[in-house]
Design a protein. Structure first.
Length: 80
């Protein structure tokens, strides 16, 4: 169980780094944010970080929306 949690944390960190990588195309960065939703509550800190630190308004908005929806307990699909 601990190994699984560590793997999930690693995956969250990788997706966060991809979302924050300004050398990647926008769609890759958006998909990384979408992928974070698979981890639900555990992804909130990463989404909050992206929302605060990203250089793109669309990524801020996407992160904020997912944070709100996760906190509300809404079902999240991989597309908006």
């Amino acid at each position: 169980m601990e190994k699984e949690r560590e793997q999930e944390q690693t995956a969250i960190e990788v997706m966060k780094k991809i979302a924050m990588d300004s050398t990647r195309v926008l769609v890759e960065r958006q998909r990384a944010i979408d992928s974070l939703t698979l981890f639900r509550q555990e992804a909130i800190p990463a989404l909050q970080y992206i929302e605060r630190k990203t250089d793109m308004g669309v990524l801020k908005e996407r992160s904020a929306l997912y944070i709100q929806r996760i906190k509300e307990g809404a079902h999240i699909s991989m597309t908006l």
